[in-house]
Design a protein around this ligand. Structure first.
Ligand SMILES: *Cc1c(COP(=O)(O)O)cnc(C)c1O
Length: 475
């Protein structure tokens, strides 16, 4: 297998192989690493086991770093931690609408699908190089616990997770702060998720700090996370269309990492008609699709906290592709966005984006209505993020006419909504909709009796840098 090459979206950083891209996280020019080539889609049918599909799809992306046997071992261990034997099962919602359940992992959100694997990859690659890294992550609620679950207790890493103080659900916070492992460090930042993500990026852009503490990333700025998410787009498409015909996906979106994996699946040759970007009131992407301008507003808390994001990092990867891979132009546009909170996207780029994506938003009220409606019609309890995906899929089918007007993109093809979390992670939102609180699964039943351990700090890079240095020197 040829060795894949990864390049930065801002065109200035050196090209890397998979192992270095995995360990580097953010590129040294502030950009995100992307594959130069998309390998063709392997032959996957309805009968292919999820693990086998995962190995076949990812092997070309990791070649030169992990051979197929190593990949098989890591994939096997990663997905043995899932409660359902199909790993990411597909459930019918009625008509042409399906739900892809990504909540079967240990922390009950889709972040486990990638992080259970990426954690093992980081450990293997660091061990091989005889290195130790400080993994710094920002979380809007679910990445943190999934990263901690994947990395707690490992010899090769310290894990430092920043979450926005008071802006994650109690279950989400406790899933992070009750893990008792010497290499896990939780910090609540007085600010928003965007502030946390900016702190992480600022730490990476501080070359001295980055080298001194050997920083690594578990946010979806790390290519390996996006890569691992490509797999379930392929397996679910095959599950609902054994003939290989086209499908569409509705994806509850925050940082654009999940829905971007669907776009990569399409570049590999999966027949994807439309990718539906589903937002809550923090609707920077929906407004972009309406007005062609990226405009950052203040983040407002919503019932779906994991999507309370205005700066969707991974949109940069899509902009880079649609710019014809022009790193200088991408750097200019993102520089403008950073300094003025506003940037217009050239019409040519938008045309390419329009070929693949549409966007809808749901208010908190509409989110509650969707939870109620799905519960009364199907007896299913959706988490608020998934409810936004289901509602957006409904708006999509409705806007285009359920049978599809002539010439429209919607051909009555199946729509698969990605169920990104289990309702038990968001009991307050579910109670507001249904008057009942979903129960936590057995392995988390005593979550509220466990001891929490975390610090709260101001939104200040100097404080974070001090903490990181202190970990390295053991003080
Ligand atoms: C992280 C998360 C999202 C958003 O995913 P992105 O990859 O950031 O777009 C949606 N729903 C849940 C439950 C999440 O944890």
């Amino acid at each position: 297998m040829t060795r894949p090459v990864y390049v930065s979206t801002r065109g200035q950083a050196e090209q890397l192989g998979f192992g270095d891209a995995l360990l580097t996280g953010l590129a040294t020019d502030g950009g995100l690493y992307c594959p130069v080539e998309f390998p063709p889609l392997p032959d996957i049918s309805t009968d292919t086991d999820y693990r086998d599909a995962a190995v076949a799809i990812m092997a070309p992306y990791v070649a030169g770093t992990f051979d197929v046997a190593e990949l098989e071992t890591m994939v096997g261990l990663a997905y043995d931690s899932f409660r359902h034997r199909d790993v990411c099962p597909v459930v019918e919602l009625g008509g042409a609408h399906h739900l892809l359940d990504l909540s079967q992992g240990p922390t009950l959100a889709f972040k486990d699908v990638a992080l259970q694997l990426v954690g093992r990859m980081l450990d293997a690659e660091l061990s091989r190089r005889g290195r130790r890294a400080t993994i710094l992550g920002a979380t809007s609620g679910d990445t943190g616990s999934a990263a901690i679950e994947a990395l707690a207790g490992l010899e090769t890493v310290d894990v430092v997770i920043l979450h926005p103080a008071g802006r994650v659900s109690d279950v989400q916070r406790r899933q992070m702060t009750t893990v008792d492992a010497a290499n896990v460090h939780n910090i609540a930042v007085r600010g928003t998720f965007d502030d946390c993500q900016d702190l992480v990026k600022a730490a990476f852009n501080d070359r001295k700090l980055r080298e001194a503490v050997s920083l690594g990333a578990v946010n979806s700025i790390n290519w390996a996370r996006v890569m691992a998410q490509i797999v379930y787009y392929v397996t679910s498409a095959r599950a609902v269309r054994p003939d290989g015909g086209p499908v569409s996906f509705s994806v509850p979106t925050g940082n654009f990492g999940n829905v971007l994996a669907g776009w990569y699946a399409k570049q590999m040759g999966l027949l994807v008609n439309t990718l539906i970007v589903a937002s809550n009131r923090n609707d920077v992407l929906t407004r972009f699709f309406e007005g062609r301008t990226l405009e950052i507003h203040q983040v407002e808390p919503s019932l779906s906290p994991s999507m309370d994001i205005q700066v969707s990092s991974n949109f940069e990867r899509l902009l880079w592709e649609t710019s014809g891979r022009d790193g200088a132009k991408v750097a200019d546009l993102l520089g403008e966005l950073r300094s003025t909170n506003r940037a217009e996207v050239p019409a040519g780029w938008c045309r390419l984006i329009d070929e693949a994506f549409v966007a809808y938003r749901l208010s908190d009220e509409e989110t509650l209505q969707e939870i109620k409606r799905t519960h009364s019609e199907l007896g299913l309890i959706l988490d608020p993020h998934t409810a936004i995906g289901v509602g957006a899929a409904r708006q999509y089918a409705h806007a285009l006419g359920d049978n599809g007007p002539p010439g429209s993109r919607y051909c009555g093809e199946p729509v698969i909504t990605l169920a990104t979390a289990d309702a038990a992670k968001f009991p307050d939102a579910v109670e507001a909709a249904l008057g009942q609180r979903p129960e936590l699964p057995e392995h988390l039943a005593d979550l509220f009796d466990r001891q929490e351990n975390y610090d709260e700090i101001d939104n200040d890079l100097a404080i974070v840098a001090d903490r990181l240095h202190a970990l390295r020197t053991g003080s």
